[in-house]
Design a protein around this ligand. Structure first.
Ligand code: NAD
Length: 637
């Protein structure tokens, strides 16, 4: 193919992009050709390392070739783009994990798709003309090709800044931000390539590299962190607009050119990615959720029209920058189910016991991600894509992993007695139910004694998080057991924290839910008081959700019907998270507090109120936020 030259030069597999007139933009065929070559070279003893370079002085690779994407997308064919991106991301993933050194020489522009080829290798070399950027927000996409991983890992809030402004990095900046490794003047590149081909020795690079000049971007870090630490796009823009400085003006100007939905999703993606479960796989999966939807539901086609086709540079974005609804962000970043990005063909065998409000959608997400899931529930419930077993033992036998999602510790112990003897030696038992610390530790010990690994991993995020794959897992168990469970947490959730040894996950969960119980009560009683003071509920929400009354109960799960995001209050308080489950969790935290002599007066009072609500009033079977109608009808007496 004339657009790309692939050959073995000495001991190097050598790939040269040669479309200099198109700034070496990557076509689908180039992507496939690179993948085929690196697959061949993976085990070829004649190839010690891979060199990527490009013809022409202006660019290593200025991005993906978007003309074909536009042509197919405007005809309503979204499948071409989805296949293009999925195949491109698979290549990016292979380069990142390649078992031999991958050396790239990045002159001129390296942007978007160019970053995916040039910046995942082990030795990324930049020179005086290098300009690296992730400009996708400018055309209605989000930073992709694994670039969101580098943005999430960049110092402070640099990732948000680079992703939303499309700012260009020079050599020193790129090294500072983690997109490149070594600076070497471009006049010295040919000699280095020659030496690499002759020797096959990548350590020559470090010896040849020179220290880069100071990074201008590093000098901006305090400004960037000050303005980009906010929870959402609106927060970032608000702080920029309230400051009269060159930095704020230049940044707002750059953000004025990029797509609001893309910027808002970029910020959300980086927040989700940062944390202990950060991985390239997770970054690519999240990016693909957006790109796969970008033509049909995003602004991608309009972005290309304005930038490349009509070149009028006045795109009509769907939303203005301060008005990107949270629902639009969630819609773009929701799991794709059976259409999720598949990087490798390897499903695990998973047993899932307890297919209730939480368990059913969690099991369905695992199945949709390509795992072979067999479920069981005494109530006979099922889940999408999940095979049904006749008994818990049958669901657990011969599986790599068994997950339980059950009502309480007594039932967990009972189920553990049934399944542990039938589980395959070396398999892992993950309990995601909320149970007492003692039961969690007892079941883990029982599993360990039977030659199994165990993790207690209760969740936060409710049924919305279970369905959307955005749960937070708090895990207890050994490092090895956590590592086995982590890829599954990444599918079912957006964050997994390894809290410590067996029982530590449950300890974190009950402390978290003690906060939740108390804040829900406080939120409900504040609404009831506001009613009696004649304050409209939507005004109360507007103020509290953006002031110090902010909390998950207020902002994400507002207990007042018709106000704030859709929540169980809008569904006649059907759970959701049932009041009796909250009562259970508060009981667990008080039980634990007594055991270790901790003073928890708010937790104790919350327990009492939920007990009264569930046992003496009409709370049983209602959502835990139904405390609001309870308070509404009461006076002080
Ligand atoms: P649920 O009652 O809807 O589901 C539990 C399921 O377990 C039911 O379908 C039940 O039939 C099944 N079950 C009971 N005994 C069984 C047995 N012996 N064998 C097999 N299946 C059995 O409850 P849920 O809302 O899905 O909650 C499950 C767990 O997750 C609880 O521990 C809860 O505290 C916790 N949790 C719930 C939420 C929430 O918002 N619902 C949030 C975080 C944590």
């Amino acid at each position: 193919m004339s657009d790309i030259l692939i050959r073995i030069s000495g001991q190097a597999g050598h790939i040269t992009l040669q479309r200099p007139d198109a700034l070496n933009a990557m076509t689908y065929d180039m992507c496939r050709a690179i993948e085929a070559a690196i697959d061949d070279w993976r085990t070829d003893p004649a190839v010690a390392l891979i060199i990527f370079d490009a013809e022409g002085e202006r660019a290593f690779c200025a991005g993906g070739d978007i003309a074909e994407l536009y042509a197919t997308g405007t005809m309503g064919d979204f499948g071409y783009g989805q296949t293009f991106w999925a195949d491109e991301y698979r290549l990016n993933h292979k380069l990142f994990h390649y078992p031999k050194p991958v050396v790239s020489f990045l002159q001129g522009f390296t942007m978007g798709g160019g970053v995916g080829i040039g910046c995942h290798g082990s030795h990324r070399i930049v020179g005086d003309t290098s300009q690296i950027a992730m400009p996708e927000c400018g055309i209605g996409l989000v930073p992709d090709v694994g670039g969101s991983l580098m943005l999430a890992l960049a110092p402070g809030r640099l990732g948000e800044y680079l992703g939303t402004t499309a700012a260009r990095m020079n050599a020193a900046d790129a090294i500072y931000a983690g997109f490149a490794d070594h600076y070497l003047p471009e006049t010295a590149w040919d000699a280095l390539k020659q030496a690499l081909q002759t020797s096959g020795d990548a350590t020559l690079i470090e010896a040849a590299a020179l220290p880069p000049a100071p990074s201008p971007l590093a000098a901006l870090q305090p400004d960037i962190d000050r303005h980009f630490h906010g929870a959402a796009l609106g927060d970032v823009l608000t702080t920029l607009r309230t400051e009269d400085s060159d930095f704020a003006r230049a940044t707002l100007k750059a953000m004025g050119r990029t797509c609001p939905l893309s910027m808002a999703c970029t910020i959300e993606m980086l927040h989700r990615l940062r944390g202990p479960s950060l991985s390239l796989e997770k970054a690519l999966d999240l990016e693909y959720r957006f790109t796969a939807r970008s033509m049909e539901h995003g602004d991608f086609l309009e972005g290309i029209r304005a930038a490349v086709i009509d070149k009028d540079r006045s795109p009509k974005w769907q939303y203005s920058d301060m008005n990107v609804p949270a629902t639009a962000i969630s819609k773009m970043l929701m799991p794709l189910g059976k259409d999720a990005l598949k990087l490798e063909e390897s499903g695990m065998k998973i047993g899932f016991i307890g297919l209730g409000n939480m368990g059913a959608p969690m099991a369905a997400n695992l199945a949709a991600a390509g795992h072979n899931v067999t479920g069981f529930d005494v109530a006979g419930t099922t889940a999408d894509g999940v095979a049904v077993a006749a008994t818990a033992q049958d669901a657990a036998a011969g599986q790599d992993i068994v997950i339980t999602m059950l009502p309480n510790g007594a039932i967990l112990r009972d189920v553990a007695d049934q399944i542990i003897p039938s589980m395959a030696s070396g398999a892992t038992l993950i309990d995601c139910s909320t149970v007492d610390v003692e039961s969690a530790r007892a079941v883990a010990a029982q599993a360990n004694d039977a030659g199994l690994q165990a993790v207690d991993a209760p969740v936060s995020g409710g049924i919305g998080g279970a369905a959307g794959g955005t749960l937070t897992f708090m895990a207890g168990g050994s490092d090895a057991a956590f590592e086995v469970a982590k890829p599954l947490f990444d599918i079912m959730g957006q964050k997994a924290v390894h809290c410590g040894a067996a029982g530590a996950g449950q300890a974190a969960k009950i402390c978290n839910n003690m906060i939740l119980g108390a804040t829900m009560i406080a939120t409900c009683e504040a609404f009831a008081l506001a009613d009696k003071l004649g304050l409209a509920r939507d005004k109360m929400f507007d103020v509290a959700s953006t002031s110090s009354g902010y909390s998950w109960s207020m902002n994400a799960y507002c207990p007042a019907p018709g106000v704030g995001p859709t929540s169980p209050a809008d569904n006649d308080y059907k759970p959701g998270f049932a009041a009796e489950l909250m009562l259970k969790d508060l009981g667990l935290s008080q039980q634990a507090a007594e055991a270790v002599d901790a003073d928890t007066p708010m937790g104790a009072r919350a327990l009492e109120l939920y007990r009264q609500f569930v046992e003496d009033e009409d709370g049983k079977g209602r959502d835990f936020s139904a405390m609001l109608p309870r308070f509404e009808t009461r006076g002080r007496g």
